[in-house]
Design a protein around this ligand. Structure first.
Ligand SMILES: Cc1ncc(COP(=O)(O)O)c(C=O)c1O
Length: 299
C-alpha cells in the first residue's frame, strides 16, 4: 500500500490500563487498540464532567520532543486535580509504541489523556492517540491575535487554586470558546489578559516577547501553564545565543511596543504575532525559522 494512502495515515490508539498501577485483570500495561471503534464509556468522568488531564507531544520525523517534561507536567496536573500519580516509565514506553505503530510522517501529534475514569470505579482511564498534525504552516508565517479578558487576576493561583490555574485539564471548552471569539474578530488566536491588566498566555500556547536582546515570558506564578516549548527556547537562547531570558509580568503595551512576540506550543511550534488587535508587530521570519528547528529538536 503506498504510504500516502489515507489508510496508511490512520491514527494510532494505545490504551494504557497500567497508567497508574498494575491493571486489575493482570493484562499488559498498555496495548494497541482499534482507533476506528468506540473505546470510551459514556460514564467516564471525562465525558460527564470534563474531569481529567492531558498532554500533547510533538514528534518530528518520528522523534518525540520533550517527552520527560511533558509527562512530568502530566503528573503535576494529575496532582493538582487529586488524580493518582501516573507511572511515567509506562507512559513513556506507551508513547514510543504509539509513534512506532504510526506510519512515518514529518509531524505527528501525540495526545496523552488521563481521566478520572468510569463513575464509581475509582480507576483512571488512560490512552494515547497519535495522529498526523494539523497543517500549521499559515500560523507559523504569522497570525493576528485578539487580546481577550480572562476575567481573573494574576494572583488567582494563590487566592483560588480550585480554579486550577496552570493545570492542563480536559476542560478546554472555555479556551476553545475564546478561539471562536477571536475568529469572529478576524484574528487567528487569542492572548488572554488578566483582570489586573497583565498578559497571560494563549488558550493553547505560551507567550514569548522580545525586547532587544532579552526574551520574556509570563511568570508561571501568574496562573499560566508552565510551557515546555518556552523552556526549550529559553535554554537555547541563553546557552547557544547568549541572550537574556526571564519571566516578567507584562502589559498589553509591553507586547505592542516590543521587538516581536510569538505564541509557542509543542505541535504548532513558534507562531509570530503580526498584529495584536489592531497594532502591527515586527516579525522576524529568520529567527522564527530557527525557533522552529529548536522546537522540533533539530537545532
Ligand atoms: C494553556 C496552554 N498554555 C501553554 C501551552 C504550551 O505548552 P507547550 O509548550 O508545553 O506545548 C499549552 C499547550 O497546549 C496550553 O494548553
Amino acid at each position: 500500500m503506498p504510504s500516502s494512502s489515507p489508510a496508511a495515515l490512520a491514527p494510532v490508539l494505545v490504551l494504557v490500563p497500567g497508567a497508574t498501577g498494575a491493571p486489575a485483570d493482570g493484562g499488559p500495561r498498555f496495548h494497541l487498540a482499534d482507533a476506528t471503534v468506540p473505546q470510551l464509556s459514556v460514564t467516564d468522568l471525562v465525558a460527564t464532567r470534563g474531569d481529567g488531564v492531558f498532554e500533547t507531544i510533538g514528534a518530528f520525523d518520528g522523534v518525540p520532543v520533550n517527552v520527560g517534561p511533558h509527562l512530568e507536567r502530566l503528573a503535576r496536573s494529575a496532582d493538582l486535580v487529586d488524580l493518582p500519580a501516573p507511572d511515567l516509565a509506562t507512559l513513556a514506553e506507551a508513547v514510543d509504541a504509539a509513534i512506532s505503530a504510526h506510519d512515518p510522517v514529518a509531524e505527528l501529534s501525540v495526545r496523552v489523556m488521563l481521566t478520572r475514569g468510569i463513575e464509581g470505579a475509582g480507576v483512571p482511564t488512560c490512552w494515547i492517540h497519535a495522529r498526523v498534525s494539523d497543517d500549521w504552516t499559515p500560523y507559523r508565517a504569522g497570525m493576528r491575535v485578539a487580546a481577550l479578558d480572562r476575567g481573573l487576576p494574576t494572583t488567582v493561583a494563590e487566592t483560588s487554586p480550585w480554579l486550577l490555574p496552570g493545570a492542563k485539564t480536559l476542560s478546554y471548552a472555555v479556551n476553545m470558546a475564546a478561539v471562536r471569539e477571536a475568529k469572529r474578530r478576524g484574528a487567528a488566536d487569542v492572548l488572554f489578559v488578566a483582570s489586573d491588566g497583565y498578559v497571560l498566555e494563549g488558550p493553547t500556547s505560551t507567550l514569548l516577547v522580545r525586547r532587544g536582546d532579552t526574551f520574556l515570558t509570563t511568570p508561571a506564578s501568574a496562573g499560566v501553564l508552565p510551557g515546555t516549548s518556552v523552556k526549550s527556547l529559553f535554554t537555547w537562547l541563553q546557552e547557544q545565543e547568549g541572550r537574556t531570558v526571564r519571566e516578567e509580568l507584562m502589559t498589553l503595551a509591553d507586547v505592542t511596543g516590543s521587538d516581536g512576540a510569538w505564541l509557542l506550543s509543542s505541535t504548532r511550534l513558534a507562531a509570530p504575532l503580526t498584529h495584536l488587535d489592531d497594532t502591527e508587530l515586527p516579525v522576524d521570519h529568520e529567527l522564527t525559522a530557527r525557533f522552529e528547528r529548536v522546537l522540533k529538536g533539530q537545532a
